[in-house]
Design a protein around this ligand. Structure first.
Ligand SMILES: [Fe+2]
Ligand SMILES: [Fe+2]
Length: 269
């Protein structure tokens, strides 16, 4: 078995989305099986690429140039599934990137277990969205997608606490806020396959936010930092824009994210 950081670099370096997610799941299973057997395989170190390898399609556009379609139409629902597929593929890379990029930081093995699990979930989520797109007569790559998805990774490449604050605790938490509304759109349209897929994603995303807050709090405790002001400072420095209510306060609470973490970030400092 190759060291974990090397597995991460391999996934990041794979461009084809099906090949990337398959490799991600194979590597995750190897790591998690070994851990379930009570062993600790080598984490090693690895140099992740500045940007992960991506397929030629979808075409990546500035968010302003990505055409908006009404969710009340079949085309609008395909565009929504496509946007979620794009987010999931990006999330696969984000979770492997945190493993490789911060593999030199001394951390308990449970840190790596959590992000391997999250990467495995995202790989499955991409597959679910890809299947829904195919059932609707489309596929991932058929539409243009958001070009700015790797920005959060670049902004936080030098700071693990900033990475945890921005990626799981801001961006993935945002997913908890918006997914119920998305599920409702597909429910009203009678698209049960998409409803089931999005419900799986919604249920599993809570854990990713929880991994973020768990390890953020761990690092604060290790460095004797007060988590709440530290979170606010890091988000204000590394994330551009204010957080937007309404928040899914219940799921955020399940994920260990209290209101006094996010509400102050809805306003300028
Ligand atoms: Fe996901
Ligand atoms: Fe996630």
């Amino acid at each position: 078995m190759i060291p974990l950081a090397q597995m991460a670099v391999e996934v990041l370096g794979t461009a084809d989305p099906r090949a990337k997610t398959d490799l991600s799941r194979t590597h995750a299973a190897a790591w998690l099986d070994a851990r379930a057997d009570g062993t600790l395989p080598e984490i090693g170190t690895g140099t992740p690429p500045d940007r992960p390898a991506r397929p030629d399609r979808p075409e990546l556009l500035h968010p302003r140039d990505v055409p908006r379609r009404k969710p009340g139409t079949p085309e609008g629902r395909i565009a929504l599934l496509h946007a979620v597929a794009h987010i999931e593929l990006n999330a696969v890379d984000l979770h492997w990137d945190v493993i490789a990029r911060f593999s030199h930081v001394p951390l308990p093995p449970g840190f790596f277990d959590d992000w391997v699990r999250a990467a495995d979930d995202e790989s499955k989520h991409w597959g679910l969205m890809s299947d829904c797109l195919q059932a609707a007569g489309s596929h991932y790559g058929a539409l243009p997608a958001h070009a700015g998805m790797w920005r959060a990774a670049e902004e936080t490449a030098g700071d693990l606490m900033a990475r945890l604050a921005v990626v799981p605790m801001v961006l993935e938490a945002r997913g908890l806020d918006v997914t119920p509304g998305m599920i409702e759109i597909f429910r009203r349209a009678g698209e049960d396959g998409a409803v089931a897929a999005l419900e799986t994603i919604y249920a599993e995303e809570v854990a990713h936010v929880a991994y973020g807050s768990k390890w953020f709090n761990f690092l604060c405790g290790r460095d004797n930092l007060d988590p709440r002001p530290t979170f606010h400072d890091l988000v204000r420095t590394h994330f551009h824009g204010l957080l937007k209510p309404p928040f899914n306060e219940e799921k955020r609470a399940d994920a260990g994210l209290p209101p006094d973490f996010y509400w102050p970030l809805t306003e300028e400092a």
